[in-house]
Ligand binder design. Structure first.
Ligand SMILES: Nc1ncnc2c1ncn2[C@@H]1O[C@H](COP(=O)(O)OP(=O)(O)OP(=O)(O)O)[C@@H](O)[C@H]1O
Ligand SMILES: [Mg+2]
Length: 270
């Protein structure tokens, strides 16, 4: 029986710093802790998720990255760039990553080349069969690099900081996916906008409470998932390039939050 490929989920927003990368890394960790196999694809030249998951690029010790994968665009060539995350333990067993580096910026100039938007989708063909989920960490843009991910994805999820600009960034991401012309041009008519996930939610701010209340009306009742609160332990884990489990009991509350997010993904996407 041919193996079913992974469910592919792109995390995005047309607003920077809203918790996209944090969600990808922490949900990947939660899925791994639940015994799922995850492939993280870093589609951002900032390469934040690569560093945070222990695979920073150093030019003294070069390795194949998403930039070379996209440059080639050959069917299945993404396999050459896959490495286990640098966290060790069950995380290294369960989570692989295609790391990024700043050179990915150079792929943007190839946007005008015919067929270039489908290069990542082609490169992943047959490569992600043994994973449960492939998570794309997108940059805060709707341009070519994000479209490479969306051309390959099954679902888009928006991280939404509950502030005016954060909500607008999520709406633009949702509207981009919901536009049939865009999906047709990306060669991916089946792509579905699946969820808006409130992020960096600060319980002390009345403004956050206000925007949280308006989200179901704007983005759809069933599409707004449980909020991810703002907690310093997530920043500390990201800074130290460690999973939340390395923070001991300080990390317990947020591990439960990301576990619930992972359970929702399993429920909705499998
Ligand atoms: N739940 C959280 N609680 C506290 N801090 C968080 C949380 N999630 C992410 N952060 C931190 O907030 C900052 C922005 O988050 P992150 O880098 O995930 O955003 P992003 O949307 O990926 O940014 P960019 O648009 O630059 O890619 C980072 O310092 C990150 O460590
Ligand atoms: Mg990011």
């Amino acid at each position: 029986m041919p193996q079913r490929r992974s469910k592919r989920v792109a995390a995005g927003s047309n607003k920077g710093g809203v918790g996209k990368t944090g969600w990808v890394e922490m949900v990947a960790a939660a899925l791994a802790e639940m015994g799922r196999k995850v492939l993280v694809v870093d589609v951002d030249p900032q390469a934040n998720v690569s560093r945070r998951m222990g695979r920073p690029y150093r030019k003294e010790q070069p390795f194949v990255t998403i930039s070379e994968v996209v440059k080639s665009g050959e069917v299945g060539c993404a396999a050459d760039a896959i490495v286990p995350v640098g966290w060790g333990g069950i995380y290294a067993e369960q989570i692989d990553i295609i790391p990024s580096r700043f050179d990915l910026e150079n792929r943007i100039s190839e946007a005008a080349v015919i067929g270039s938007r489908g290069r990542l989708a082609r490169a992943l063909e047959g490569v992600d069969d043994r994973y449960d989920f492939t998570l794309f960490d997108c940059q805060p843009s709707l341009g070519h690099l994000t479209q490479l991910a969306l051309a390959a994805a099954d679902y888009g999820v928006a991280l939404v900081e509950p502030e005016y600009d954060g909500v607008e960034g999520a709406i633009r991401f949702r509207d981009f996916i919901n536009d049939e012309i865009n999906r047709k041009e990306m060669g991916n008519l089946d792509l579905t906008f699946a969820a808006a996930i409130p992020s960096l939610v600060d319980g002390r701010l009345a403004g956050h409470a206000h925007h949280l209340g308006t989200l179901p009306g704007i983005l759809g009742e069933g599409q707004v998932w449980a909020p991810i609160p703002l907690r310093s332990v997530v920043k500390d884990a990201a800074d130290e390039a460690q999973p939340l489990s390395a923070q001991g009991s300080r990390g317990t509350e947020m591990r439960e939050v990301y576990k619930a997010a992972a359970e929702r993904m399993i429920k909705e996407f499998v």
